[in-house]
Design a protein around this ligand. Structure first.
Ligand SMILES: [Zn+2]
Length: 173
């Protein structure tokens, strides 16, 4: 996920303590009370769910990147575990109960306020369906992945890492 146009990532403009206007410094300083207002990054958590050799992708129903394909996942709430958020978001978006397992990778980019944590997850049973903020869900074979229609750079990077590591683990013939 990269979220340059996500309104939740717009810089804060007002002091969280007194409501005064913030200046343009890093970190911004309140022009009324002088408080430094640090702006923390956000953390998102996603799952690569595999079943019978296919990977679960979903088509986004909201901006940014509406209509493009991504992994199930979303923002980690404060106080929530990262793997717990990956499971919760996958359940909310697809109805599938999953167990996030091995870490695929952590994806962050200069100028982007979100760090994305991606887990490999398995789901043995249950139908995936398009729920919250999702237009469509699909189980996609690795050689049919829509590389040109992925929602975010991290989506592609995580899929590359997942497929690459799976190939490296494959037995030598
Ligand atoms: Zn202030």
């Amino acid at each position: 996920m990269s979220h340059a146009h996500d309104p939740r990532h717009a810089p804060e403009r007002y002091c969280s303590q007194c409501g005064g206007r913030l200046d343009a410094a890093t970190p911004p300083r309140c022009t009324a009370c002088g408080r430094k207002c640090w702006q923390d990054p956000k953390v998102a958590a996603c799952c690569i769910v595999e079943r019978e050799g296919r990977l679960l992708l979903l088509r986004r129903g909201i901006e940014p990147s509406i209509g493009l394909w991504t992994l199930p996942g979303g923002y980690v709430d404060r106080g929530e575990t990262v793997h717990g958020a990956a499971a919760r978001e996958t359940l909310e978006e697809t109805g599938l109960a999953v167990q996030p397992g091995a870490l695929v990778g952590v994806y962050s980019y200069p100028g982007v306020p979100v760090a994305v944590v991606v887990y490999a997850a398995r789901s043995e049973a249950g139908e995936a369906r398009a729920l919250d903020e999702t237009l469509e869900v699909r189980w996609v074979a690795p050689d049919e992945l829509p590389w040109g229609e992925l929602a975010f750079p991290s989506t592609g990077h995580a899929l590359e890492d997942y497929l690459g590591s799976r190939e490296r683990r494959a037995p030598v013939r």
